[in-house]
Design a binder for this molecule. Structure first.
Ligand SMILES: [Zn+2]
Length: 557
């Protein structure tokens, strides 16, 4: 027999934790047809001598809902060997949506996921109104990798309740309608629904994101909806304070697990070097929930974010910063100069939330004022010492001196490498949190898979290659109930990644590209050591070059 594709002489790591073994892998009709010593020919052959052959990676947490319209390949993930993604997370997305209120859905994505409005208004196709139509539009457009959709609660509430969805709980009649629409979405293929309970998730015009107004009765109805269907999962963003789970948040998780009878994944557990025990403590405390299927997500990357004072996203949960959001530059500068503002911010930092007030973690990435060039690469703390001022004043003064064009990078969480292995090797966690497609000019963690393999497996030997691949493939696939992917076995869909164990990896800092609609900018992390990404039996990337194929499918629950 002749196969469509033959990968010869590779070392197979199957995604189930089995010790690696040498074998050829044959593909026919988009599926894995044979594994072993294969002598039959194929239309196309890849020589994988000295290379690892693994199932394609499955990313459980992305926000590509809009990006699929202008970047069907989803290069930021595909480059790193990701072959399936879950999107629609954290309660925000683009369907269902009536034509008259498209801008509101877009503004929610601006505020929660920091995708520029100009990019969204130029880039989104809007060929849909209902959620099933959105899935169908994605299928017709085609995609490089496989797309799994979660139904985000915000647009569903808005579709039924209009703008009041941002102000109040739904009535019994509205709740029944929203529940029916969510069930329709899951029947059409959605893998469940998503929401958020974090206060900094603000939506249109700074109002609370609509899904945050859902009452317990509403959430009970929606969770019961999944129980009735016997399928689907729930994703929610939690932990208003990093690496801590409040009583209320614990109660909400417990409630959703009970009312849905389905797996629930939540964000997230990060490490804090000011409180090294916080992450492990949180896992211990959440263990009763985890045993019932309430799985927290962790990231294996240091959480490095690029920020500026025009769009100071990380300070959104500081009341003193409210007057600077979505304002003209001159007005922002006036606020930043104001001693009263500085004093209020200084007081708020005594109880840190996201930013801990550690100015040595903030580094000057880029300036536009030539007189300031020498400051690039220095931390705010260093410059403060040079100037004899404190960090807070220095941070704001530098912004004003550069007309708010200065770009900073900051390591927010996972700053201490010694604290990360405990979280990523813990079987109670799901590795993810790439946020692919969100915060496009602030961070790019879509390459977490190559970072895990290069940094944590090869360099630091925190976990075995076999376990790492399992964590990137069958674990997320199993969580969502994707049965035919996430493992390398005969009969499975042929989603494969071929990589060089000696060079696989990715760096700590991404590169800026100006290729979004309207020349908008985004950060992109280059991948190392990935030879081929294969989706449904078709080579999507070869030596980091897109082959032109769009072999991705819309995954259905
Ligand atoms: Zn998210």
């Amino acid at each position: 027999m002749s196969y469509d594709l033959l990968i010869k002489n590779g070392t197979v790591v199957d995604g189930l934790g089995t010790p690696r073994f040498r074998a050829d892998v044959a593909v026919a009709n988009g599926n894995i047809a044979a594994i072993g010593k294969i002598t039959d020919g194929a239309k196309q052959t890849i020589d994988a001598s000295d290379l690892i052959v693994a199932p394609g990676f499955v990313d459980p947490h992305t926000h590509y809902d809009a990006q699929i319209c202008w970047d069907p390949v989803l290069s930021s993930s595909a480059l790193h060997g990701v072959t399936s993604v879950m999107m629609g997370n954290c309660g925000v997305g683009l369907a269902p949506c009536k034509p008259a209120v498209r801008d509101i859905a877009a503004w929610d994505l601006v505020n929660v996921e920091a995708i520029p409005f100009d990019v969204l208004s130029r880039g989104i196709g809007w060929e849909w109104e209902t959620f099933p139509e959105y899935l169908e539009a994605a299928r017709q457009r085609g995609s490089g990798i496989n797309l799994g959709f979660m139904a985000p609660l915000t647009p569903f509430r808005h579709y039924v309740m209009g703008e009041e969805s941002m102000d109040r709980a739904a009535t019994t009649a509205e709740t029944a309608q929203i529940k029916a629409l969510l069930q329709e979405a899951v029947r059409a293929g959605a893998f469940g629904f998503t929401t958020t309970a974090i206060p900094q998730h603000i939506g249109y015009q700074g109002r609370p994101l609509a899904c945050r107004q859902a009452s317990r009765e509403e959430l009970k109805a929606y969770a019961n909806g999944l129980k009735e269907l016997g399928k689907g999962t729930i994703e929610l963003a939690l932990t208003a304070t990093a690496a801590e789970l409040s009583e209320e948040e614990y109660g909400l998780l417990d409630f959703l697990l009970t009312e849905s009878g389905r797996p629930v994944t939540w964000l997230g557990v990060v490490s804090r070097d000011d409180k090294p025990e916080a992450g492990p403590d949180l896992l211990r405390r959440a263990e009763p929930l985890i045993k019932r299927g309430g799985i927290p997500q962790v990231t294996c990357r240091p959480f490095v974010i690029q920020i500026n004072l025009r769009n100071p996203f990380i300070f959104a949960n500081h009341p003193s910063w409210n007057p600077v959001f979505n304002r003209p530059t001159e007005e922002q500068i006036r606020v930043y100069r104001d001693p009263a503002f500085r004093q209020a911010f200084r007081t708020e930092l005594e109880k840190p939330r996201i930013f801990s007030g550690r100015w040595e973690r903030l580094e000057v990435k880029e300036v536009s004022n030539p007189a300031m060039k020498a400051l690039e690469g220095k931390t705010v703390a260093e410059i403060a010492r040079m100037r004899g001022k404190d960090g807070l004043d220095t941070f704001l003064d530098l912004g004003i001196e550069d007309e708010l064009k200065i770009e900073y990078t900051i390591v927010l969480f996972n700053a201490n490498d010694d604290l990360i292995p405990a979280l990523i090797t813990d079987p109670r966690t799901l590795i993810g949190l790439s946020d692919g497609g969100a915060h496009v000019d602030m961070l790019c963690d879509a390459g977490y898979c190559t970072y895990l393999l290069g940094t944590w497996v090869r360099e630091k030997q925190a976990l075995s290659l076999e376990y790492a691949v399992q964590r990137l493939t069958s674990e997320p696939a199993n969580f969502f109930g994707v049965r035919d992917r996430g493992r390398l076995a005969v009969g499975m869909a042929a989603d494969l990644v071929v990589f060089d164990y000696n060079t696989v990896g990715s760096g700590r800092r991404p590169e800026m590209h100006y290729d979004l609609p309207g020349n908008g900018r985004r950060l992109l992390m280059p991948a190392q050591g990935i030879q081929s990404t294969i989706v449904n039996g078709v080579v999507l990337y070869n030596q980091q070059q897109h082959t032109g194929a769009l072999p991705g499918q819309v995954l259905r629950s």
